[in-house]
Design a protein around this ligand. Sequence first.
Ligand code: 13P
Length: 293
Amino acid sequence: MPLVHGTEIFQAARKGHYCVGAFNTNNLEWTRAILGAAQEKNVPVLIQTSMGAAKYMGGYELCQKLIEATVKSMDITVPVIIHLDHGDYEAAKEAIAAGYNSVMFDGHDLPFAENVEKTKEIVKLAHAKGISVEAEVGSIGGEEDGVVGEGELASVEEAKELAATGIDFLAAGIGNIHGQYPANWTGLHFDRLKEIGEAVDLPLVLHGGSGIPQDQVEKAISMGISKLNINTECQLSFAKATREYIEAGKDQEGKGYDPRKLLAPGTKAIADTVKEIIGWMGTKEVKMVPEEI
Ligand code: 13P
């Protein structure tokens, strides 16, 4: 079973100046599309659930088992990391107990000292089980599944302090936003990313990956971004393909209303989007038989 924690994969990406995709899943179709795309491209992949998606799907245990069983049933051989995206303290503990390979503890809305203390506790619990941990400094603008960020720029000193808790990768607010970027968005703050990249030797995470121009993402990767989070782009692709199917009246032809037919174009669209992003992100192909856990 190619389920792995994320530490070595993202460290290798940081050292090699490339990036590994982290894609949010919402259900079975999303899970199959993401895993199938990674297998086709022969690259490692991180598949993540937000707290909201996990609640929607029926809880952390169900999500973990669904992804693990899908990996098995699709004969996936590339390394797969099952990760919690933007978990609060309780969610991180639940995901660890449910057997996730990796968790993000997002304490950005806590006083910084409390964020550090709670991150340390999560690192202790997670590392005892070989699970990797992501933490967040500064905050990501926009809203994702009820987690709202004002888009506060990460401080270099706080980045160093959070990195010293023993986390495996660090998400830093550098002007990135969840969801669609507004027309007046001024771009990523490369000066701050450079300072953080020089001060912190960990793989860095770029949230809000959907809609950032490719040249900015490539520049960010060259400065230490090793994990690119993508959610909205897959949602938009799914919605567009599903709308086209309905608008063409295909749900009214024969048994076109059957969910297996109705959801097929959207599922394919997610897979195409994932493959396209993996293609330009420069993720290195898997050369070895993946390590088992
Ligand atoms: P987007 O929805 O903007 O791609 O952001 C995804 C993300 O950062 C998940 O944490």
